[in-house]
Design a protein around this ligand. Structure first.
Ligand SMILES: O=C[C@H](O)[C@H](O)COP(=O)(O)O
Length: 162
């Protein structure tokens, strides 16, 4: 399968170094046609993980980017922030299987990484594997993701309370 991903990247101060490494890696990856770096750009840039995570997720929601890689200390804050943007599904994942399922089961467009959790080479490997994954809208997982989307759109009623 060929890809032409447009990727937005972002980080807070804790994730700056790993974000820059991932951005450099993405810029030389033939599967990526555009890398948009929302910062932070240096130690003088004091924007927080929600500032950057929300902006990146909004870029995905608008269709300005296909996907986002977001880095903070743990990845958790970035994922929480990104998941608040309607239409965006974000995950923290630091192992291949979780990265794979986040796309194939859950149609996540946002991968959040923790610079204080994962080493740079594993992070680069995970991002590389992630670029080869694409959600299958005809898969059995699609109807499950659709329940979340309908709930988000205020069209609840089909999910079952137990
Ligand atoms: O999830 C949040 C991130 O890990 C962030 O980089 C650190 O947040 P804190 O400074 O509030 O601990």
């Amino acid at each position: 399968m060929t890809h032409a991903w447009r990727i937005v990247v972002g980080a807070d101060d804790a994730g700056l170094q790993l974000k820059d490494l991932i951005a450099d890696t993405l810029r030389t990856d033939g599967r990526v046609v555009d890398v948009s770096d929302l910062g932070v750009h240096d130690s003088e840039d004091h924007r927080t993980y929600p500032d950057v995570g929300l902006a990146a997720a909004e870029a995905v929601a608008r269709g300005d980017a296909d996907r986002a890689v977001l880095v903070c200390g743990t990845g958790i804050g970035m994922a929480i922030a990104a998941n608040k943007v309607p239409g965006v599904r974000a995950t923290v994942a630091h192992d291949s299987y979780s990265v794979q399922r986040s796309v194939l089961s859950n149609d996540c467009q946002v991968l959040a990484l923790g610079a204080r959790v994962v080493g740079p080479e594993l992070a680069r490997l995970l991002v590389s594997e992630w670029l080869d994954l694409q959600f299958d809208t005809a898969s059995a997982s699609a109807s499950k993701v659709a329940i979340i989307s309908r709930f988000e759109a205020g069209e609840g009623g089909e999910h079952v309370h137990s």
